[in-house]
Design a protein around this ligand. Structure first.
Ligand SMILES: Nc1nc2c(c(=O)[nH]1)N[C@H]1C(S)=C(S)[C@@H](COP(=O)(O)OP(=O)(O)OC[C@H]3O[C@@H](n4cnc5c(=O)[nH]c(N)nc54)[C@H](O)[C@@H]3O)O[C@H]1N2
Ligand SMILES: Nc1nc2c(c(=O)[nH]1)N[C@H]1C(S)=C(S)[C@@H](COP(=O)(O)OP(=O)(O)OC[C@H]3O[C@@H](n4cnc5c(=O)[nH]c(N)nc54)[C@H](O)[C@@H]3O)O[C@H]1N2
Ligand code: SF4
Ligand SMILES: [Mo]
Length: 741
């Protein structure tokens, strides 16, 4: 597939160091061997500790670069949307068409009628959706979406409770913990910073005790020889609140910590003890809701209150539920009650993975391409249930369509209460509609006449690309330069170009520069890619020599001791208030009270969710669906790589008792379904998942048969397009039935 220039002498194989920073929260070092412009093999970090070693996905990157379904040329649709029929066109024709459509749609309907959709891809500073968004904003603006898929519930809780998303300590601080609670947290499969699992296994060797609270017995629980408390999805807040009850009742909590650093504890206490609503939140109360035995809840509450220091790691999986923000708010209160915040070996208990995914405060990079304001979004009023004064992830102003509602917005437009009628979709680094709830509704939206034009910038013929009118082929990270930051304990990565772009694919920057010209946007990029990256690197004191950094593929800055979030607020509270309006940890949050939404109370509360075990719909669809992230894919990426597919088939994971009741044996083909859709895949029967729960891991490529039935195990044919009240992506709240196919 890759042309090697003829008539030139054969070159020597050479090794190039390059960081991989995929959409997994990892940053790993590759040693890429290249001969005659072709990647021949790939190794990983074998240098000084800590090593940033690549996982199976990363090591299959050569397969990804040269995959047979790599899009090599710009494409124009010839069949119906979704049918996958295209013809090759030139870059000139492709970009002329995209520019013409942007101008036409903008002039006819206004810039708000263009929806810009992006996601992760590779988490670099230049070759991302950011570059495309800059162009669209400079060209007059577009509609943006809000709601971070991964952890909007956690962000809501972090800002409400602590006033910041910088709440995570470096992973090496886990070595100081004596008890580690993995609350819906499985980094052995999901990485969530390179080496997290490695630090967990070292903590185990040092004698830390582990407890995993999860509907599944995970790889991480197994690695850490963890006690397993299986819990019904979406009910964790009840368990956390009952643990608070035990600590209150037995006077096990750290009253001095609560008095010094928090506000609103009495209001919370009144709710927990039943003074507010007449219902004491006892372990027996929680057992009925969660399925976790009362004695186990009591036992864990006592351990967490007395073993010090202890890290309660609040996973973002339980937060991606219909009341997700309550879970993160409640676990943060437990961390405060046990005095574990700001202490080595403790944890703020609010989120396993948020702020630090940008970088720890001691790490920084320079600014990249500037982002101009979006005239469309700037003119719109603040959103409901947002923190308008907070300028980070959840702006409260940018994005007026929630991620889950894009299909609904396309189908209904202004008549459905959205700010505009939507006519064009611009998709980059995003497998839309595969990763969005209720795929069948998304397919209707993408096929509807409302959408006059769809452009998708892709590497592969994904479910997203199949719906495009024009596909713009783009490079993988091994075909262009970029820079990333890795927060495990500190790492700056150079995502080096190792080969020329495959086929006619172009980097995001090259595409945007060419499109800017066609759109007549002057001064889109006054620097070359390398000049931008040099400017980014110049912002870090750890990268004194840019050329040496490029050659090494990354820098590991030396950090003298683990970074502990909120250490200075705890050690010197007079001079370091928490960045909340009260300066304290807000157990009662006035800003949330002001939102005046009974589904987001100002103190954390257990509120029953839709499609939970008590929903009347459970009679028809009795199993709670999980859609977890598995190790052989990063979302949908790598699903097309045979090496990785061989490692684990896509299945629905169910408990042996649920299987027996349905006459299902391991490996049988089954239908997983509800009113929204059906998928047919093999069953994986085991007792590593609790009864009443089914797991269809997210990320399989939607593949409908002639009757529209998905045959790939694409879980989002089953999910519901509804966010939580604070904007969480509700990936783990849906009811389904499973039966033999
Ligand atoms: N290999 C791989 N790694 C990845 C990714 C990937 O696709 N593949 N994706 C990356 C991205 S962008 C993200 S956002 C993260 C996602 O990271 P996570 O959200 O942490 O991953 P999940 O597997 O969805 O969920 C973690 C655990 O939560 C449990 N869980 C789900 N619902 C509940 C619940 O209601 N209560 C409790 N107690 N537990 C629950 C699941 O069983 C699972 O074991 O992973 C990142 N890393
Ligand atoms: N039911 C359910 N749905 C989920 C989730 C869930 O847990 N359950 N998880 C949600 C979460 S947390 C997330 S973050 C989203 C992820 O959703 P997406 O980000 O859409 O998933 P990816 O598979 O990473 O898709 C990225 C796409 O961009 C393309 N691409 C284009 N340009 C580039 C590039 O330059 N680099 C790379 N690497 N790729 C490029 C890739 O080929 C790929 O198709 O999914 C969400 N959807
Ligand atoms: S996919 Fe993630 S964990 Fe694997 S090598 Fe790449 S960055 Fe590292
Ligand atoms: Mo995510």
């Amino acid at each position: 597939m890759v042309a090697v220039t003829k008539g030139q002498p054969e070159s020597q194989e050479k090794a190039i160091y390059a960081t991989h920073c995929s959409h997994c929260g990892g940053t790993c070092l590759f040693k890429v061997y290249v001969k005659d412009g072709v990647i021949t093999r790939l190794e990983t970090d074998d240098g000084e500790e800590p090593q940033y070693r690549a996982c199976a996905r990363g090591r299959a990157s050569r397969q990804r670069v040269y995959a047979p379904d790599r899009i090599l040329y710009p494409l124009k649709r010839t069949g119906a949307r979704g049918e996958g029929k295209f013809e090759r066109i030139s870059w000139d024709e492709a970009l002329d068409t995209v520019a013409r459509e942007i101008k036409r749609v903008k002039e006819t309907y206004g810039p708000a009628s263009i929806i810009f959709k992006r996601s992760g891809g590779d988490l670099g500073r230049l070759q991302t959706g950011h570059t495309h968004l800059r162009l669209l904003r400079m060209a007059g603006g577009c509609s943006e979406v809000w709601g971070i898929h991964s952890f909007e519930g956690a962000v809501f809780a972090q800002i409400g409770t602590f006033g910041t998303v910088d709440t995570t300590s470096t992973r090496d601080d886990l070595l100081n913990s004596k008890l580690i609670i993995l609350w819906g947290w499985n980094p052995t499969d999901t990485v969530l910073f390179t080496n997290t699992s490695w630090y967990l296994s070292q903590a185990k060797e040092r004698g830390a005790k582990f407890v995993s609270i999860d509907p599944r017995y995970t790889s991480t629980a197994s690695l850490c020889d963890s006690r397993w408390l299986s819990i019904r999805p979406g009910t964790d807040t009840a368990m956390a609140i009952a643990m608070a009850y035990v600590m209150l009742k037995e006077n096990l909590y750290d009253r001095k910590f609560i008095d010094t650093y928090t506000i609103g504890f009495d209001r919370f206490k009144d709710y927990v003890m039943g003074k507010e609503d007449g219902v004491p939140k006892t372990p027996q109360w929680a057992e009925v809701i969660t399925g976790v035995p009362a004695a186990a809840i009591e036992g864990l509450a006592r351990e967490y209150a007395t073993i010090k220091p202890a890290a309660l790691i609040s996973g973002i999986g339980p937060g991606r539920t219909a009341r997700g923000e309550q879970f993160h708010r409640a676990t943060a209160v437990l961390a405060a009650m046990t005095g574990n915040i700001g202490r080595p070996g403790g944890d703020a208990g609010v989120s396993a993975f948020t702020g630090a995914s940008g970088a720890y405060p001691y790490m920084k990079l320079g600014a990249g391409m500037p982002m101009p304001p979006n005239p469309v979004e700037a003119a719109a009023p603040p959103r409901k249930n947002a923190f308008p004064s907070w300028g980070g992830y959840t702006l409260g102003r940018i994005g007026h369509i929630h991620q889950t509602k894009v299909a609904d917005a396309i189908l209904k437009g202004k008549a459905g209460g959205y700010p505009a009628d939507y006519k064009m979709l611009y998709v980059v680094n995003n497998n839309f509609p595969n990763q969005y709830f209720d795929i069948n509704k998304h397919v209707s939206a993408l096929k509807s006449k409302n959408l006059e034009f769809i452009v998708v910038c892709e590497q592969f013929m994904t479910p997203a690309a199949r719906f495009a009118d024009i596909v713009l082929p783009t490079t993988t990270s091994l075909e262009r330069d970029d820079i990333c930051i890795g927060p495990t304990v500190g790492f700056y990565g150079f995502m080096a170009k190792t080969i020329e772009p495959v086929g006619e694919s172009r980097s995001h920057l090259e595409i945007c520069v060419a499109l800017a010209e066609k759109l007549g946007v002057p001064n889109f990029s006054e620097k070359t890619g390398d000049e931008w990256l040099k400017q980014v690197a110049a912002g870090s004191p750890d990268i004194p020599d840019y050329e040496a950094f490029k050659k090494a593929g990354g820098v590991k800055p030396r950090v003298p001791e683990p970074y502990v979030a909120f250490r200075k607020q705890i050690e010197d509270p007079q001079n370091n208030p928490f960045p909340t309006p009260s300066g304290k940890i807000e157990i009662y949050c006035q800003r949330i009270a002001d939102m005046n939404d009974p589904l987001i109370p100002p103190i954390p509360k257990y509120i029953e969710s839709w499609e939970g075990p008590n929903d009347p719909l459970a009679r028809k669809y009795p199993l709670q669906l999980l859609t977890t992230h598995i190790w052989r894919r990063a979302h949908t990426q790598y699903d097309n790589i045979p090496w990785l597919r061989e490692l684990e088939p896509q299945t629905v994971h169910i408990n042996s008792s649920d299987a027996k009741a349905r006459g299902i044996k391991n490996g049988d083909m089954v239908r997983v379904f509800n009113d929204r859709g059906v998928t047919i895949i093999p069953a994986k029967v085991s007792d590593r998942i609790m009864p009443g729960v089914a797991d269809v891991p997210q990320g399989a490529w939607y593949a409908p048969d002639k009757d529209g039935v998905d045959r790939a195990g694409s879980c989002n044919v089953l999910t519901r397009d509804e966010p939580s009240p604070g904007g969480s992506y509700t990936t783990n709240t849906s009811l389904v039935q499973v039966e033999k196919a």
